[in-house]
Design a binder for this molecule. Structure first.
Ligand SMILES: [Zn+2]
Length: 473
C-alpha cells in the first residue's frame, strides 16, 4: 500500500522590536544573563503589562505580507502552565481571536509554484531559557517577554523538502518586511512540526504526531525524513499510531516519544484581565499597510521578466536585496541587462567582499558598468582586459573609457596590425601552420594564442581567428 504524509507547521518568530512585549526591557540577544529584566517580565506580583505597539504593528504587517485577513479585534488570553522558564506561571497569548487569519505563503518547490495556506498568525511572548550545568541548572530571563509571533499553517505540506522550502520562503518574507531578523543562530525562529501519514487516497487524517521545538530548518527536514518512514513502517506492519508529542534528537538522528494525548496539557485559557482587546483603527491599519514591501518571489519574477535574467541571477538579487537594488538603479538603461548583471554579480560582489567596502561607498557611478559592457560588446576591449579595467575603476573611481584611453588598452581590431601579427605567428611556427592546413583544426588555437601574445592580449580574438583561417586555407 502507498502512504502519503500530511504536514502542518507552527512557526515561532521573534519580532524585531527595540523593547519587550509588555515592558520597556531591551529586546537584544547576547546580553549577560538576567540583565534585561524588570518586575514585569520576571512576573512579580502586582505588575501590569502594557502592550508594545510596534509588536502589534509588525504582527499586522506580517498578516498583510502573508495574505491574511488582519483582525478588526484581537484579544489576549492567559495560557496557564508551570515551568521554570515561565515566571508568571502563565503565558500571554491569543487564543480564539488572533491578530490575523486565513493567509497563504506562495513559493517555488521543485521549480513549480507551491502554496501553503495559513490558519492564523498570533502574537504572544517568549519564555526564558533554561541552562543545565554539571551539578545545577540556571534560568536566563532575558528572553522572557520578548515579542513572539506564531504562524500556524494548514496541513498542506506533503514532504520534508517541501516543509524546508516553505520555512525558507516564510523566513525570506519576514526578513524582507523587516518583521524579524529570523537569525537562527540566535534562536529567533523555532518551529513545531505536526505530521501524520495515511494510505494514499484516504481523506481522513492519521494520528497527529507533533515534534516540538525544532530550532533549525535543516533539523525540521531531518526530523521529517526520519519520522515519515517511521510512521509508515508502523502502519504497514499492522501497528497503530496514537496522537503524541515527540522530541527530535539531532545527535542520534531520531525522534522519541515525550508524551501521549492522555497526558496532554489543559492550559485553562481565559481572557487576559490586564489587557484590553486590541481594535485597530482604519488609519492605524493604513499606516501599517504602507510598510508592505514587494515579496521576494514577486521580486524574483520581476527581475526575470523585466531584465531577462536567468533564475539564478534573479535569485541572487533577491537574497542580496541591497545588491539587487543597486543593479535595479541602472538596469533599465542597460541595452544588455544580463551582461550588466554579470558584472555586478561576478565582479562587483567579489570586490566588495574582498575589500570590505559597503555598497554605499563605491567610488564609481553605476554608469561605469554600462560603459564596460559597451566596450566589450563593441569589441574595443577583450573580456580579460575588461576585468583589469574594472579592478582599476573599482579602486580609483576612474571611468573605464578613460582608463582604456590613458593606458592604451583598447583591443586591436585594426586589420593591418592584426595581419602583421598573424604573419609573424605563422612564420615562427611552421609546424602548427602545416598541421592546420592538413586538417588538424586544433592547431588554430595554438596560433591564435601566439598572436594574442604578440599583441600583449589586445588583439580581437574573433578577428584573429578569421585572418588566420584565411591565410592558411
Ligand atoms: Zn522587563
Amino acid at each position: 500500500m502507498d502512504y502519503e504524509a500530511v504536514i502542518g507547521l507552527e512557526t515561532h518568530v521573534q519580532l524585531k522590536t527595540k523593547s519587550k512585549m509588555w515592558c520597556g526591557c531591551a529586546n537584544d540577544f547576547g546580553a549577560p544573563p538576567n540583565t534585561n529584566v524588570c518586575p514585569v517580565c520576571l512576573g512579580l506580583p502586582g505588575v501590569l503589562p502594557v502592550a508594545n505597539e510596534e509588536a502589534l504593528r509588525l504582527t499586522a504587517l506580517a498578516g498583510y505580507l502573508l495574505n491574511c485577513k488582519v483582525s478588526p479585534r484581537a484579544k489576549f488570553d492567559r495560557k496557564n502552565y508551570f515551568y521554570p522558564d515561565m515566571p508568571k506561571n502563565y503565558q500571554i497569548t491569543q487564543y480564539d481571536q488572533p491578530s490575523a487569519l486565513a493567509g497563504c505563503v506562495e513559493f517555488e518547490f521543485d521549480s513549480r509554484p507551491a502554496r501553503v495556506r495559513l490558519t492564523r498568525v498570533h502574537l504572544e511572548e517568549d519564555v526564558g531559557k533554561n541552562f543545565h550545568f554539571d551539578r545545577h541548572s540556571g534560568v536566563d530571563f532575558n528572553r522572557a517577554g520578548v515579542p513572539l509571533m506564531e504562524i500556524v499553517s494548514e496541513p498542506d505540506l506533503t514532504g520534508a523538502d517541501m516543509a524546508y522550502e516553505y520555512l525558507n520562503a516564510l523566513k525570506e518574507i519576514l526578513v524582507y518586511g523587516g518583521v524579524s531578523d529570523c537569525d537562527m543562530e540566535k534562536g529567533m525562529v523555532r518551529c513545531d512540526v505536526n505530521v501524520s501519514v495515511r494510505p494514499k487516497g484516504q481523506t481522513e487524517l492519521g494520528a497527529k504526531i507533533e515534534i516540538k521545538n525544532m530550532n533549525s530548518f535543516s533539523g525540521a527536514r531531518k526530523a521529517l525524513e526520519y519520522e515519515i518512514p517511521r510512521q509508515i513502517s508502523v502502519l504497514s506492519q499492522g501497528g497503530k499510531l496514537v496522537q503524541s508529542t515527540r522530541r527530535w534528537d539531532d545527535a542520534a538522528g531520531l525522534t522519541e516519544e515525550m508524551r501521549t494525548k492522555e497526558f496532554a496539557h489543559d492550559y485553562r485559557y481565559f481572557p487576559e484581565p490586564d489587557l484590553m482587546p486590541f481594535e485597530p483603527t482604519q488609519a492605524w491599519l493604513a499606516e501599517v499597510r504602507e510598510r508592505v514591501v514587494e515579496l521576494p518571489l514577486a521580486r524574483k519574477r520581476r527581475f526575470m521578466r523585466d531584465y531577462q535574467l536567468p533564475e539564478a541571477d534573479a535569485q541572487t538579487f533577491v537574497r542580496d536585496a541591497a545588491l539587487g537594488n543597486y543593479f535595479q538603479s541602472f538596469a533599465a538603461q542597460a541595452k544588455n541587462p544580463k551582461a550588466a548583471a554579470n558584472w555586478v554579480i561576478n565582479n562587483l560582489r567579489g570586490k566588495l567582499a574582498e575589500t570590505g567596502t559597503p555598497l554605499a561607498q563605491i567610488k564609481f557611478a553605476p554608469a561605469a558598468i554600462l560603459e564596460l559592457v559597451e566596450l566589450v560588446e563593441s569589441g574595443k576591449l577583450s573580456h580579460r582586459i575588461a576585468q583589469e579595467v574594472f579592478a582599476q575603476t573599482f579602486a580609483t573611481g576612474q571611468s573605464p573609457a578613460s582608463i582604456v584611453e590613458s593606458k592604451g588598452l583598447a583591443q586591436v581590431s585594426d586589420a593591418g596590425a592584426l595581419e602583421s601579427f598573424c604573419d609573424q605567428a605563422i612564420a615562427a611556427h611552421p609546424g602548427p601552420a602545416a598541421d592546420f592546413k592538413a586538417g588538424k583544426t586544433a592547431a588554430l588555437n595554438f596560433l591564435k594564442g601566439q598572436v594574442m601574445k604578440l599583441s600583449k592580449g589586445k588583439a580581437n580574438p574573433a578577428l584573429v581567428g578569421e585572418i588566420l583561417q584565411r591565410k592558411l586555407s
